[in-house]
Design a protein around this ligand. Structure first.
Ligand code: E4P
Length: 215
């Protein structure tokens, strides 16, 4: 499973890159807004740090403008893919960008049928939002599993990104169903490393090491 970080925070990206586990980055307008910096500058900075796919979201709501925005954003760096929301104009723009050779990450996916349409239109990635489905009483990971199954049935090349990940269990569940990618917030990545029994074990080994005679 590829691991992307879901952030626009440069320090967090650098830190996770240093762990040797980072395959890519997803951003969205809310994450960019948190950083208080110019959108294109942040995306260019991320592309300098991470050698892997980086999602930058277009905010237009008609296909022609989405394509224009997508073409502009894709000029920033060859690793940039364009996040478009699933909607009729999003599908139209996806097809056009696909034909231009530009990767689209179709976002705000909440159902298998939306993912199917995105894949048919030529999206390189689909991003089902697990946490936001859980929030309204649906099992978000079931939607991800259904999408994986559908893509497998028809050999779609579209990769599934488990998004809106809220805790380490989401990551383990995504990996268990064989999702292609999980895009994970910084705090969840930090939590994934820890286990109280590991801390306890390290403390015990260090304490015992202190008791050993050394020459
Ligand atoms: C996906 O790419 C989105 O950026 C993100 O995962 C949304 O997560 P949230 O529901 O925690 O905002």
């Amino acid at each position: 499973m590829k691991i992307f970080i879901d952030t626009a925070n440069i320090d967090h990206i650098k830190e996770i890159k240093s762990w040797g586990i980072l395959d890519g980055v997803t951003t969205n307008p809310s994450l960019i807004a948190k950083e208080g910096k110019d959108f294109k500058t942040v995306v260019a900075e991320i592309a300098e740090i991470v050698d892997g796919p980086i999602s930058a979201e277009a905010v237009s709501m008609d296909a022609e403008s989405m394509v224009r925005e997508g073409l502009e954003l894709s000029q920033i760096h060859p690793n940039i893919n364009i996040k478009l929301p699933i909607c009729v104009d999003g599908l139209k723009a996806t097809r056009i960008l696909y034909e231009e050779g530009i990767d689209v990450n179709m976002t705000l996916i909440f159902s298998p049928q939306q993912a199917l349409l995105a894949a048919k239109a030529g999206a390189r990635y689909v991003s089902p939002f697990v946490g936001r489905l859980d929030d309204i009483g649906h099992v978000g990971m079931d939607v991800v599993a259904d999408i994986m199954n559908i893509f497998d049935n028809y050999d779609f090349d579209t990769e599934v990104i488990a998004a809106s990940i809220r805790h380490p269990l989401h990551v383990a569940q995504a990996a268990a169903i064989g999702v292609d990618i999980a895009t994970i917030p910084y705090d969840v990545l930090k939590k994934m490393v820890s286990h109280p029994k590991t801390d306890e074990g390290i403390d015990k080994f260090l304490a015992d090491w202190g008791k050993i005679k050394k020459h």
